[in-house]
Design a protein around this ligand. Sequence first.
Ligand SMILES: Cc1ncc(COP(=O)(O)O)c(C=O)c1O
Length: 486
Amino acid sequence: MTQRATLLPNTESESGSTQKAAPTKRFNALTDAIARHVGCENASFHTPGHKGRTPARSASLLDEYPWQTDLTELPGLDDLSRPEGVLADLEARAARIWGASESILSVNGASAALAASILALSARGSTVLVPRNAHRSIVHGLVLSGLFPIWYEPVWDDDWGLWSSVSAVSVERLLERSGTELAGLIVVSPTYAGALSDLPAIAQVCRNAGVTLIADEAHGAHFLPESAMPTSAVGHADIVVHSLHKTLPALTQTGLLHVSRDSKISGDELRQALRLLQSSSPSYLLMASVEQALRQVEPPYKADTLADLHRLSFEISDFAKANPDFTLYQPAGGVCPAHILLGCTERQPDQLYNFLCERGIFPETMLGQGVLFMLGVGSRSCDVHLLTQTLSDFIQQISKEPAGQSAFAGPQAPARRPAEPIQILSPRQAFLLPSEVVPVNNSVGRISAATIAPCPPGTPLIVAGQRVPEEILECASLQTLRVVVT
Ligand SMILES: Cc1ncc(COP(=O)(O)O)c(C=O)c1O
């Protein structure tokens, strides 16, 4: 990779020169761990989208003096809680890029933006239609708002063990069955694995029914108007949430809330909700990184940026298609070019995942029956060449070895369709009631007070207020569970 920073171990002690070496080491444990990772990573196929590279044409102050860039609400620097100056301009610029009526900056990622959207939605009813593949921040929004979730199922992909897209027809049926207390509908597109739903068609169905639509497009910030990328939900759904660090090159923890022209929820309501969830000291380093990321996706650079992303995506998928040892996730509704989920016909995903990590190629995660690779604006041809070469090496190596299960047991989605949830209490009720921690064996049949949603992918195994199903016992890493005392 090009231009990787070297983090030198700091041998100076915290309180001066009298400290011994051992405690000093402890003071730097995290920085050292980061340095070790940076030192061994040859190619990044995980978030963030800058891939450890300074975005092209980036202002050098950020790169050279990050500590000096870390400022507060000083004259000329505006105030994110009520932006009127440079931050208001930045938000207006984002709105122009995606075609929103208004865009609101989040310094707590798509997570806070989603929770804020749900808080703002709660004035409009008491229930909300939530997909089974909702990110845990949506559940956090339910806990905060008191909304009662009506869980609905996107298409379940048996081959890959994943929730996939949602069709406009199935949304229409859902809305016909839902009562007048419905506050809105949430859709995740693209999914964590990249599956796309037809958001413009779903938005039309919602509009006809007068239902508010929130689109979690955290993984699709690169879906820009007038580009060959999939169509964004911005301008269709009432509210669209973007993460700016997944595929774009802003620093981690940045996001946007886009409000469409006819949105049933106003920007003002969203800002009010977001203020509850964000620090009163938003990081100027993060906000400036958003500005640098926006530069990459507006004219005159937009076309090149997106063309590069497309080209790299095709290179990997063409390689996988031409190689019978690999299978490529190709959901019926289409897939986001930045998400490439690969399975290996002869081996478990953990073996492929381990093989790559040992060679300094870090995928995003194992997911269902495959390994997920994420491309970003910072991805380069050299990363992709290294990946395809190493995938070929993997095939060569396994052709010489008998198949066997490797010891690594990292994050992996269940291959079996998860049991249908029984939501007894709202997540907020369950969160606030008296609760106790019990061994997971004793939790079956009781009401969970906790939401368990391992990240990645952050989709819940169980949500607060749900009856604990027997399947919970299959989750080997779960020893205890907090349940409601009834
Ligand atoms: C589908 C989905 N929505 C929302 C989020 C939250 O995004 P952020 O990391 O920007 O808070 C994630 C994070 O992985 C996600 O996968």
